[in-house]
Design a protein. Sequence first.
Length: 522
Amino acid sequence: MVWWKEAVVYEILVPSFQDSNGDGIGDLPGIRQRLDYLKELGIGALWLAPFYKTEFFDIGYDVSDYCAVDPRFGTLGDFQQLLEEAHRRDLRIIIDYVPNHTSHKHPWFLQSRESRTNRYRDYYLWADPAPDGGAPNNWINRFGLSAWTFDEKTDQYYFGSFAPEQPDLNWRNPAVIDEMFGVLRFWLGMGVDGVRVDAMAHLIKDKRLRRNPRDPSYTDKLEPSNKLAPFYSQNQPELLRVIFDMKEAIAQYPDRVFMGEVFLSAEQISIFQRAGADLLLSTSMLQGEFEPNHLQHSIDNIEATTAQDSWPARASGDHDLNRLASRVKPEQLRMAALLQLTVRGTPTMYYGEELGLKDGHVPSERMVDPSGRNDPRYGRDRYRLPMPWTSGKNAGFSEGTPWLPIDDETASKNVAGQERDSDSLLQFYRRLIKLRSSTPALITGDYTPLEAPESVLAFRRSDERSGLMIALNFQKQSVTWPMPNTKATVLLSTHARSSCCSDNELVLAPNEGVIVEPRPMS
């Protein structure tokens, strides 16, 4: 069994986890201080958002040196020490790999814009203006604006999927591939346990720069970036070769994981996995409506499209999405956790989910996310607030002024308070993860949907040694779940209840989820 099938993966936004030096920004030594907390939670692997040298325009996703640690976050020595101490605790480290774009201050791009004949020119996507002098085509960026930026010095446009400060690399250029695979070798050689590839579907664009069609499903309720269907600016056929080659490069280092970020269909995820990606972080299960029909459809779709030799990933959220506790009703939050950690696949959590953190409040003048600066309605800062550790100054995150404000609701859900409460969400997560890690059927067992009342989602996880049944009642009333010829013991419930069930049936309280161990009737 490879380790990444067993592990619970925990994303850490480095500037928001723990500040060690009082400058208000989380850092690598701060993460090192909290390793014991993560170990006690039951985490198996830490996924670190970017900590490379950066202009910090987009929380580090604008990289100006891939092989250096930004001074805000520490030093290369700090990273090596973090890696060593994590490994000493049997914690793996996965780093964010940002191959689609660099900072506009990266030396490659500074050289690229010097002249059309510069050796770095083709490291990026440059194109002549359209006949009317405008952008080469209609492609738009994350803000719904033209993705093309005019450069007066060389009289051409350059392309940026996300912002002008983040120009896209040209992955059709072999020199770019060599450089970026060198980055992989640098970090894998240092001992990191894997990479999470950011914006993977963006890497290859249409060679002919054809116009994208309008998306017929777009409405004004959606972000402007959804106006066009990205048929030609993303997910081109040649991308599969890039994924295959990336897997080959990573496989030179044993026991490493290749994770990828995609917001695509289950069928497309399956194609990417067959090309070589180990885990693709799908949020489809917990991003839609939290009700049994949607959830059943999402689970069944992943199960039907995941190849026999592939493995699903079950992400509850990340730094680009509203927090889980803001998408799910408070009374159903434990159900969401129980579902994520018992359905087949590797679960990935976002820091603070175990505390029930919601999207916070960030005044417009404090917003740092480029999306929020462009339009406060779409700012992502509100789900990136610093981690609350105590009820003290700045919630124990920093002695200085935090880079994002910590609102009162976030601070009230701090770790110290929940550790003192045996019935807190944090303690529930600890019990749930411990049960998962000690029960092979919940990790490698087969998944089988079970018949149940309309308001109940139920399934079995079983291997050759044992089997467990999971049931979740989405109704506001109690529901009886028949279990013919079976009596069962409740191993874990989202509610306080006795461990035993009556013969032949299980009564589920409103919004209750349970893990039960069935036993044949004597």
